[in-house]
Design a protein. Structure first.
Length: 276
């Protein structure tokens, strides 16, 4: 498990391209028959990816957690962005199709992942945060996620938001998780730009054609920077950082947060004309 430490606004403002990528970008999430994890000290969130082909892949217990098992003191959100697959948690099997979400609560001892078809493997994206209470496991399908349409074609940001783990959805201790899908011809996400200093965030891009990229903007609102991102890459967003992006094609992205509250709408909007 890779460890990432926090960076201050001043440190980040002085970073060049490679330093930004080294500190905030998470690549190589999906490797055949492996699970890859990154531990960020922003709210001690763990970001991961699992791509089972023919093997069953077990959720490990990294030594850095000093725990009896991974979810001894944690909760876990899982969203599949690939072919259909299954998650087996303490003997219960959950079938997870593309863009379905599974929540596993504190105290879940054994977790493993499989794909239904090795030729079209599942790609399970993981987000985990510390937990103080054991909420029950729950599945929310894309159809059950109460989609909300936002934006407009004229501003190139027409999109549909699917909320899974949030105050009025799947119950959690602090994890908030969902995804957004842009319509063809729309390329801007998270507009208007905003911050939410009460929560950190992680943003994972998917369904982005291999030859295209997303320019993910970050940093203090008056000193923005950007990271160029490919499909199936994630970026860590500090609580003080703005976060919005523009792609060279339409795409989807998973947003996840942890911190003080679970209010999806708790954000501080930034007038676009004031960005620097």
């Amino acid at each position: 498990m890779e460890i990432r430490f926090t960076q201050s606004p001043g440190e980040t403002a002085a970073m060049q391209t490679q330093a930004l990528r080294d500190n905030f970008l998470i690549s190589n999430l999906f490797v055949d028959n492996q699970i890859n994890l990154t531990y960020t000290h922003y709210d001690r969130v763990i970001v991961g990816g699992v791509k089972p082909i023919k093997d069953t892949v077990q959720l490990p217990n990294p030594s850095e957690l000093r725990a009896e098992y991974f979810l001894e003191r944690r909760e876990l959100g899982i969203i599949n962005v690939g072919g259909s697959g299954k998650v087996i948690a303490d003997g219960t099997t959950y079938s997870i199709s593309k863009m379905d979400c599974l929540y596993l609560g504190k105290g879940t001892v054994s977790v493993s992942f499989t794909s239904d078809d090795a030729n079209h493997p599942a790609h399970f994206y993981l987000l985990s945060a510390p937990a103080h209470h054991a909420y029950p496991a729950a599945v929310c399908t894309k159809q059950e996620a109460q989609p909300v349409e936002l934006g407009a074609a004229v501003t190139s940001n027409k999109r549909t938001v699917y909320k899974y783990i949030h105050l009025e959805g799947i119950k959690s201790c602090q994890l908030v998780m969902g995804l957004t899908v842009l319509e063809e011809g729309s390329v801007w996400n998270s507009v208007p730009p905003h911050t939410h200093t009460r929560r950190m965030g992680v943003y994972f891009y998917f369904d982005l054609p291999a030859e295209h990229r997303v320019f993910h903007f970050m940093g203090e609102p008056t000193a923005t920077k950007h990271i160029v991102m490919a499909n199936h890459e994630a970026t860590i967003s500090a609580p003080w950082s703005t976060h919005f992006g523009c792609g060279t094609s339409a795409y989807g992205f998973i947003w996840g947060m942890a911190g003080e509250n679970k209010e999806y709408t708790d954000m501080d909007p930034l007038p676009i004309q004031n960005l620097g």
